[in-house]
Design a protein around this ligand. Sequence first.
Ligand code: TRP
Length: 345
Amino acid sequence: MELENKEVQARPERKKKIFSGVQPSGTITLGNYIGAIRNWVKLQDDYDCAFAMMDMHTITVRQTPAELRRRTLELMALYIACGIDPKKSILFIQSHNSAHAELAWILNCYTYMGELQRMTQFKDKSARHADNINAGLFTYPVLMAADILLYQADAVPVGKDQMQHIEICRDVAGRFNALYGNVFTIPEGLLVKSGAKIASLQEPTKKMSKSDSNPKGYISMMDDFGVIAKKIKSAVTDSEGVIEYRPDDDAKAGVNNLLSIMAVMTDSTPERVAADFAGQGYGALKSAVAEAVVEGIRPIRAEYDKIIKDKAYLKDIYTTGAERACGIANRTLKKVYKKVGFVTD
Ligand code: TRP
């Protein structure tokens, strides 16, 4: 069909922009896959997406250099294996785009100490790493704000624990815009649907986390299939022995979690899964969940194993990704430099 209105034709509606990232700081869990990466895959068609490996954030906590390097590439390979398509989305490594550090410095000058002192993640991490409460850990949210604002992102898909970071990003961007005009798009946090939040298998009232000191609490996407099945089979449940989905009942947290995992892996709902298993024992449910998870992860792992071996392919992806990311980011940075009074061309 020919469009008559030339104006409309010349300016097709702009796709909304999405930015998100993950720190290559540890193993990726089933919780990360279900709660984050899997949703990003679906966003790729409707939005212009950029996803990054946040290696600069990772060094706010001491790392072993060789391990950080290895994990960054593994994370990227896993993203691709999960369905992030480097042809559709920009996939890059944060430290490959110096604009992040440059904008972060400027935003530091527009962020208040008091705002940063209130951040729960800062308080938590300072408590956990009392011997290394460095300035980077303190200004972590400013770097994160720079990540997002450089791409003029409309939305940032994150977990609930990151919402405070989105808030501070919005505040700083709003403050900057109030002083200099509309420089930054004010981003919205895009919370993943509830029900897709996966809990620890051992302490099901807490979220599944790679920093859990008990590895039985989480499933790594890199775990051996036998280990995955074993972890699910030893998941904590309750002594009631009834398969029912009661999301508001903490006593049922273990069963709720198994039902949620099953629902995600089989494209169902926890209620429907509960109905399917009504009258059966927890053993049967656990076996079914174990199988569904293993079968869900199997093709991802096969793809991952291929990609991680192909270093030239990975390099090609992150080089192209960095070029595209720098192009977008530098446009924003240039505007900012001009606004704050730096001499530009
Ligand atoms: N802080 C995020 C986390 O730990 C990672 C992150 C860094 C991020 N910069 C970002 C997420 C920008 C979204 C957008 O999960």
